[in-house]
Design a protein around this ligand. Structure first.
Ligand SMILES: [Zn+2]
Ligand SMILES: [Zn+2]
Ligand SMILES: [Zn+2]
Length: 272
């Protein structure tokens, strides 16, 4: 199985629109791994998590065939994870796409936002099938199985993390979230994971309630080790960075690599 990190930034991207901070200036100068677009991953070629506004760029940059996607999982409705307007590009008249639907899974708010945009463009079409998630209820996908787990992210929305099983591999997709709710740990603690994706939005800033900092990531890893959740070759990858964390890719590697944690960059592919 391969997991491709299409984007690795929080909402603002790095460098960010309008921003004059030192990290954004450095990212513009250095380019490469310092340039980060909004987050999404592609698992093999047929399961995608989130659909950010940079999806067209991801496709152009990486030569992805988005019409291979069979299942599209949404974590929540924030604009760095959901750009419903571009889903419309698969509607008849815009795309010459396969006739089968892409199955879309999300919470109430995510689906309501998608429906609103679809209604403004002539209504929901057969090229998508929308499925409402219930937290902790397992979903049989076209490509595997997924269980949405409760995140600590937004008081106004039931944001989800995912436990995904595909081709005999188990993935925990752990963002956006602050320190995970105890009920999520309770559900997860007996699982054996091959890949853990965590976020480190705020870097070393002393904050962990709706996003994680470095200490919260290290604490989550320690707890997974304590519970015996990590398979022998398990990989842990951090992503979803904000420029306001002030840490470059090089800085982040210096912090996380001694702990056996990999720092994602746009285009990183992890083979499991
Ligand atoms: Zn986000
Ligand atoms: Zn900045
Ligand atoms: Zn968010």
């Amino acid at each position: 199985m391969k997991v491709r990190f299409l984007g690795t930034a929080a909402f603002e991207g790095i460098p960010s629109l309008f921003c004059g901070c030192a990290l954004c200036a450095k990212a513009k100068q250095i380019g490469g791994k310092e340039l980060r677009t909004r987050t999404s991953v592609m698992i093999d070629d047929d399961l995608k998590v989130d659909f950010p506004p940079d999806t067209l760029l991801h496709m152009h940059r990486d030569g992805i065939d988005l019409d291979q996607v069979k299942d599209l999982l949404f974590t929540h409705s924030h604009s760095d994870h959901l750009y419903a307007e571009d889903l419309v590009a698969r509607f008849p008249g815009y795309a010459q796409a396969q006739e089968r639907p892409i199955h879309v899974y999300g919470n109430d708010i995510t689906l309501a936002k998608i429906r609103q945009v679809f209604e403004a463009n002539g209504g929901v079409k057969d090229c998508y099938k929308l499925h409402r998630l219930r937290t902790y209820e397992k979903v049989e996908l076209q490509t595997g199985t997924a269980v949405p787990l409760l995140a600590a992210h937004d008081q106004n929305e039931t944001c989800h993390l995912y436990y995904i099983e595909k081709n005999d591999k188990a993935i925990f997709y752990g963002h956006d979230s602050g320190k995970f709710p105890e009920e999520t740990w309770e559900w997860l603690k007996d699982k054996k994971l091959d890949l853990v994706v965590l976020e480190c939005t705020v870097g070393k800033v002393d904050y962990w309630k709706s996003h994680m900092n470095v200490d919260a990531v290290l604490e989550a890893k320690a707890r997974m080790e304590q519970y015996g959740m990590l398979n022998a070759d398990a990989r842990i990858v951090v992503t979803h960075f904000s420029h306001n964390g002030g840490l470059s890719h090089t800085d982040l590697c210096g912090i996380f690599e001694p702990h056996g944690i990999e720092v994602a960059y746009d285009g990183l592919t992890v083979e499991l």
